[in-house]
Design a protein around this ligand. Structure first.
Ligand code: CAA
Ligand code: NAI
Length: 246
């Protein structure tokens, strides 16, 4: 991909799953990778460095603005700037609406929606000063079409689309780009929590590709949208879902 060499990228939720695959993809592209996660990201960072890339591991809770500010401060102290933020950290707390607690609602909103606000708010001043920068968000097929048992999660994943489009309208004139990836069902820990029978009989049967996506297939979309090849793409949502939304 064009223009990712030496770019400084912060990826939240990069210790595992899609975030980790994205960290490794950006390492391959020659970027400087900040592996930011609530969980221990040292193993992911070791893999980033094994690819010959520079990197940094930061423990962050995206729900806490002070923790997020410290993450961005550490990235700037280490590498002097932030070129790309990938808002990837996310959780599920699934339950049918009749059983969904206010706690499950609040927890998912805090990470998947408010966390995206905090992280973006912390990098935007740097990017405005630089007159360049890319912020990517992670929606989902569930955000666009809804899903049984995911009132809270669907609200956040539809919400990040509106946030992303609003930011593009506000700041495209400043040289900043904001785009969203909407994955289908991808083989990570998150999907492993789906009851096996539901996954097999209710979900996979509706995916024309006939399989779960791989984290690397989402990482590729993030890399493209962050690259100079996507320089006129702003405020869009890229579905990467094996046609399950058709
Ligand atoms: N799609 C279609 N049908 C579903 C479904 C789904 N996602 N989830 C549950 N159902 C069906 C069940 O098969 C069951 O049908 P029958 O009555 O015909 O047997 C019915 O709904 C009730 O389900 P349960 O008996 O499991 O009810 P429960 O109250 O014990 O549990 C639940 C409800 C917690 C929602 C559980 O069913 C569940 O975890 N379902 C999966 C939800 C899901 O798809 N989560 C996606 C996680 S991955 C992700 O979020 C990433 C992403 O962005 C794609
Ligand atoms: P995952 O569960 O493998 O990884 C999520 C990571 O986020 C974990 O490392 C976790 O520690 C981190 N995290 C959770 N809360 C955090 C917090 N408060 N602060 C910092 N980090 C935190 O999940 P996966 O599948 O890799 O998901 C990544 C993103 O992709 C999520 O936003 C998810 O909603 C989205 N997505 C996933 C799909 C899938 O099918 N796996 C489909 C569509 C979207």
């Amino acid at each position: 991909m064009k223009g990712l060499q030496n770019k400084v990228v912060i990826i939240t939720g990069a210790a595992n799953g899609i975030g980790k695959a994205t960290a490794l993809r950006f390492a391959e592209e020659g970027a400087k990778v900040v592996v930011a996660d609530f969980a221990d990201g040292s193993a992911a960072l070791a893999e980033v460095k094994a690819k010959g890339a520079e990197g940094l591991c930061v423990q962050v809770d995206v729900t806490d603005p002070a923790s997020v500010k410290a993450m961005v401060d550490k990235a700037v102290a280490a590498f002097g700037r932030v070129d790309v933020l990938i808002n990837n950290a996310g959780i599920t707390k699934d339950a049918m609406m009749k059983k969904m607690t206010a706690e499950a609602w609040n927890d998912v909103i805090a990470v998947n929606l408010t966390g995206v606000f905090h992280c973006t708010a912390a990098v935007v001043p740097h990017m405005l000063e630089q007159k360049s920068g890319v912020v990517l968000t992670s929606s989902s097929v569930v955000g666009i079409y809804g899903n049984l048992g995911q009132t809270n999660y669907a609200a956040t994943k539809w919400g990040v689309i509106g946030m992303t489009k609003s930011w593009a309208k506000e700041m495209a004139k400043n040289g900043l780009r904001f785009n969203c990836v909407a994955p289908g069902f991808i083989g990570t820990e998150m999907v492993k929590k789906i009851p096996e029978q539901v996954l097999k009989e209710k979900i996979l049967v509706k995916v024309p590709a006939g399989r779960l996506g791989e984290p690397e297939e989402i990482a590729a979309a993030f890399a493209f949208l962050a690259s100079d090849d996507a320089r006129f793409i702003n405020g869009t949502v890229l579905s990467v879902d094996g046609a399950c939304t058709l």
